[in-house]
Write a protein that binds this ligand. Structure first.
Ligand code: ATP
Ligand code: MG
Length: 579
């Protein structure tokens, strides 16, 4: 924001369309959803679809502008691609079928199929494949900020998981992995700056690349209890989504040096087994029977105090599914008492790599009411494959520095991917290399959830009274609250201060409605303007105005003559924190 003064227009509450609400919307489970509706930032249109009212739209525009400025800084070029995309493109990439019911589809009057864009890899790849020809034109990075459509199975939490949402998506095209890595690193740095400018407390985490594809990926998580993602993090800076974290798990060795069969007449759960044997759950081994897409059966073994990570399991057993009770019976597996010793023929044993650390395990005996303690791998049974299978949890060790990991919940505000040639191969998008040969573009993609960011900010900046916007995204920087609207002196002073601040480039709002003081105070807190100036008869008489900072509730009295200069300085300082 330029420091030079440029007069801003003054927002008048009497004219604004800002119908604040006293009651929480019935479908709102989390603070950001409740407060964004109550503060008249937005209104629901249908499940997961919202309209932004003037105040919310001002915030949205600021969030969007921060993202835009950081993209422009790293040389990504803004464009605007269409929302509606021909089905053929999605057939070419193979995602028309893979994307499933999340893809919103429609037909035109001629029966041609289209999709409402959930993401833009197909369209942008088709765009550049005929237009970017030579290695000399690479790298290129392009982005747009556009509405996206996903028919989410569970739209909820207001802007967090919508069916229509605003996304910034950037795509980059390269002729070498080094060039991709360089831009990917710049995007990640830009994402860090975007979080900081929005005031978000965040972590950058290792992630799975999911539907989009590719191999290398990181997510930016705004820490919040309302977040749907779980992450583990370390003091050293390491952080990862628990789904994929390479945490070091430490199972406990059962104290014995030979295998012994034990009668364990218990309900076949880990908790019951641990209690029966009087050992910690981490000294037991959990068994889960699964099959791959071809129907091959395997039993997965993980430390008893951990859960199976489904993304990890899918890497070890592609397309894995758990066996039903019936399938277990058919395969000769005994539910609740499965173990690696004397498994039926053809059943593979895949074990979590952490179990390598303990030579002897406590496992089922493949016989109802019996377990083995001290079963030694490589001796009493064979492990066919070792794999990373368990979901990380607090107390596991950091893979980088071996300190204990902590856990938090997070809102994924953005994700960066190295796609490689997944889409350029599928869609035959090539450039001509130095040696004259055709090569597929090496691609990256970088998504930022613009509307989701609003919800993430509110989750981190709210109290019982309402929102506490960081100054960088607030609908205006300061609100003046004239306590009465029928007093000449109050009105004159309000006018003077508003104009003087606006002339200095401060964004000013005035609550000039003929409302009681209590209503104005409540609405000001609810809407979340960063600063409030109270202008009342008594204050004017005593020569002082009350100034309140919404973020910490601190109040101070400022002399009439100093108000403009002091407020200007405070706001200017606060702005600098978010540059
Ligand atoms: P999620 O795992 O939360 O469904 P995703 O991995 O599907 O997200 P991407 O395809 O990477 O998301 O999309 C980029 C960004 O778009 C996300 O980081 C998120 O900020 C935003 N986003 C994705 N889905 C939604 C949604 N349903 N509502 C609002 N924002 C979304
Ligand atoms: Mg998704």
């Amino acid at each position: 924001m330029p420091m030079s003064a440029q007069t801003t227009s003054i927002l008048k509450m009497s004219q604004l369309f800002a119908p604040t609400l006293k009651e929480n919307p019935v479908d709102a489970e989390i603070a950001s959803h409740r407060l964004l509706v109550r503060s008249a930032m937005m209104r629901k249109v249908a499940s997961g679809i919202y309209s932004f009212l003037p105040l919310g739209y001002r915030v949205l525009a600021k969030v969007e502008q921060i993202v835009r400025e950081e993209m422009d800084k790293i040389g990504s070029q803004e464009m605007k691609m269409s929302i509606i995309q021909p089905a053929e493109l999605w057939h070419e990439s193979g995602r028309w079928d893979v994307y499933g019911p999340e893809l919103m589809r429609l037909e035109d009057r001629h029966g041609h199929g289209f999709a409402l864009s959930p993401t833009q890899e197909e369209l942008i790849t088709s765009l550049v494949r005929n237009e970017l020809r030579s290695y000399k034109e690479l790298p290129k990075s392009l982005y747009h900020i556009q509405w996206k459509y996903r028919d989410e199975i569970r739209p909820r939490f207001g802007l967090l998981r919508g069916r229509e949402f605003l996304m910034k998506d950037a795509y980059s095209f390269h002729s070498s992995q080094e060039s991709l890595q360089e831009h990917y690193d710049e995007q990640a740095k830009a994402y860090g700056r975007i979080c900081e400018r929005m005031g978000l407390d965040y972590r950058c985490v290792e992630a799975d690349s999911g539907q989009i594809g590719g191999s290398v990926s990181m997510e930016f998580m705004a820490l919040a209890d309302a977040g749907e993602a779980e992450l583990v993090y370390c003091k050293c800076g390491y952080a990862a989504n628990t789904e994929v974290a390479a945490a070091v798990v430490k199972p406990t060795q059962y104290p014995t040096d030979k295998m012994k069969k034990m009668h364990t007449p218990i309900e076949g759960t880990i908790a019951a087994l641990a209690e029966f044997l009087k050992i910690d759950q981490s000294a037991t081994v959990k068994a889960l029977s699964v099959k791959d897409t071809a129907g091959n059966i395997a039993v997965l073994f993980i430390p008893g105090d951990h859960e199976l990570g489904e993304i990890k399991a899918n890497k070890a057993v592609p397309g894995f599914e758990f066996l039903t009770d019936e399938e277990m019976l058919d395969a000769g597996l005994v539910k609740g008492f499965m173990g690696p010793v004397a498994l039926p023929d053809g059943v593979r044993v895949i074990a979590d790599q952490s179990l390598k650390e303990i030579p002897r395990w406590v496992v089922g005996a493949n016989e109802t009411d019996f377990h083995f303690v001290g079963a030694a791998w490589g001796k009493d049974f064979t492990v066919d494959d070792w794999a990373d299978l368990s979901t990380a949890k607090p107390g596991d060790l950091c893979p980088e520095c071996s300190q204990k990991l902590d856990q938090a919940r997070g809102i994924e505000v953005s994700q960066v991917f190295q796609l490689g040639t997944k889409y350029s191969d599928a869609m035959q998008a090539c450039y001509m290399d130095e040696d004259g040969s055709d090569k597929p573009f090496i691609m990256g993609c970088y998504g930022w959830g613009v509307t989701r960011s609003l919800a993430a900010i509110v989750e981190q900046y709210n109290d019982e009274g309402g929102i506490k916007w960081p100054i960088s995204v607030a609908p205006a920087e300061v609100i003046l609250l004239p306590m009465v609207m029928n007093d000449e002196a109050v009105l004159a002073e309000t006018d003077r201060v508003a104009k003087a601040l606006a002339e200095r480039g401060i964004e000013v709002a005035v609550d000039d409605r003929a409302e009681r003081a209590g209503v104005k105070f409540n609405d000001a807190d609810l809407i979340g303007w960063p600063y409030q100036i109270v202008i009342g008869k008594r204050g004017i008489e005593s020569g002082e105005l009350e100034f309140k900072q919404r973020s910490n509730g601190e109040k101070q009295q400022i002399a009439l003559d100093d108000v403009v200069q002091k407020v200007f300085e405070l706001i200017d300082q606060e702005r600098v924190r978010y540059l």
